[in-house]
Design a protein. Structure first.
Length: 383
């Protein structure tokens, strides 16, 4: 019976300095251990997992940020007889399950780490002869129907035929904490995911615009649960702000066309106050340049002017289709498109070319700072 395991590979972690690389490797392994409670080993730039339930482990690895690819594999000792026995057994299993047949051409891809009395090419030829002896299939090194990978690392040899693409990125929790403005729409959950993929721990902030919206938390809670699947060992928080009173002030005392500008400016300024309490280093939002009225360049300047903390917008250069494709991939799209009432505070003709001095005057007119303090005092943790 074959000894089965999973080989996990990472990418840009490997080019860090030895000290940073070690820290990132330990964090990635810790994150894996939050979802896979099995033996895990790190050797020579590879992570080896010996799972009790290999299918369940493979599914879990698909949502661990920092993993570039992974493969279910079999392992044996590094000597010709042991490798021959493993290749024969492995190939017969593939034939029995219909993954490989005598009609398929094949190639052996062999790589080697360490000192051995054979070259990679010699071992590839040897393994190819073993596969041919089982299947009588022809060899095609340029365009094979089937590839068998043989990875020799010191006194251990690993065999696999499938590389599963991972999420890539940096392990969550290696780049500090950010606060993310998250609505129940399509864009902001994607922006939040992309910052998690760059290694950030996230505090989500949702603004409840009731009575200008339904006030229901059903969608935002579902989005939170979906994003939590990618957070691994990092604590994902969700706070909510009662924002309807501030919006009412904007509508009542400021020019109607500026409602969206004042709304977004207020969100940044409130997020900054919460970020300070959370010891977060930046604010994240789902802005995509020119997509909606508040995201024109003049409006971006006007809404962020009063905020000293960096505001990062990972979607700024993406169009709607690109953003939707990511949302579908991570599973938030179907939640975001669930019907809701929308926001009735949006003016019929929103400002698209805000003048900064007029925005600042409007914020002063509505005594915005007092409203922000009240809004911050209303903060509650949903999750």
């Amino acid at each position: 019976m074959l000894e089965k395991l999973i080989i996990v590979r990472y990418g840009e972690i490997g080019i860090k300095s030895p000290k940073v690389r070690g820290r990132f490797e330990r964090k990635l392994i810790d994150n894996i251990k939050t979802v896979i409670n099995d033996e895990i080993d790190l050797k020579q730039g590879r992570i080896y997992i010996y799972p009790q339930d290999i299918e369940k482990a493979l599914q879990s690895l698909e949502k661990i940020v920092g993993i570039v690819s992974f493969s279910p594999a079999a392992v044996t000792r590094t000597n010709h007889d042991s490798i021959k026995e493993l290749i024969e057994t492995y190939t017969n299993e593939l034939v029995d399950e219909g993954s490989f047949s005598s009609d398929d051409s094949f190639a052996i891809r062999c790589r080697r780490v360490g000192e051995h009395d054979f070259s990679s090419q010699e071992m590839a030829a040897y393994c190819g002869s073993v596969v041919y002896g089982v299947t009588q299939s022809k060899v095609d090194l340029s365009h094979p129907d089937f590839e068998l990978f043989v990875e020799i690392r010191g006194n251990k040899t690993y065999v696999f035929h499938h590389k599963i693409q991972g999420l890539g990125g940096l392990p969550v929790g290696t780049q500090g904490r950010v606060v993310s403005l998250v609505s129940s729409g399509i864009d902001s959950p994607v922006a939040t995911f992309l910052m998690m993929k760059r290694g950030c721990s996230v505090t989500m902030i949702n603004f409840n615009n009731h009575p200008y919206t339904s006030g229901s938390n059903e969608k935002i809670l579902k989005i939170y649960e979906k994003l939590k699947e990618y957070s691994a060992g990092a604590k994902l928080k969700l706070y909510q702000i009662d924002y309807g009173e501030y919006l009412h002030k904007c509508i009542d005392k400021a020019p109607e066309r500026m409602t969206c500008i004042l709304c977004k400016s207020g969100m940044y300024q409130i997020a900054e106050k919460i970020a300070e309490k959370e010891k977060a280093l930046a604010i994240i939002d789902g802005s995509s340049l020119g997509q909606v009225a508040s995201q024109t360049l003049p409006n971006v300047l006007a809404t962020r002017y009063s905020t000293s903390m960096p505001v990062l917008s990972p979607l700024i250069g993406l169009d709607k289709v690109e953003i939707e494709n990511i949302a579908k991939k991570i599973g938030t799209y179907d939640i975001s498109i669930l019907p809701d009432s929308g926001c009735s505070a949006v003016p019929r003709y929103p400002e698209t070319n805000a003048e900064l001095h007029l925005v600042l005057e409007a914020l002063e007119t509505i005594a915005a700072e007092n409203e922000f303090e009240k809004a911050v005092s209303s903060v509650k943790k949903l999750k």
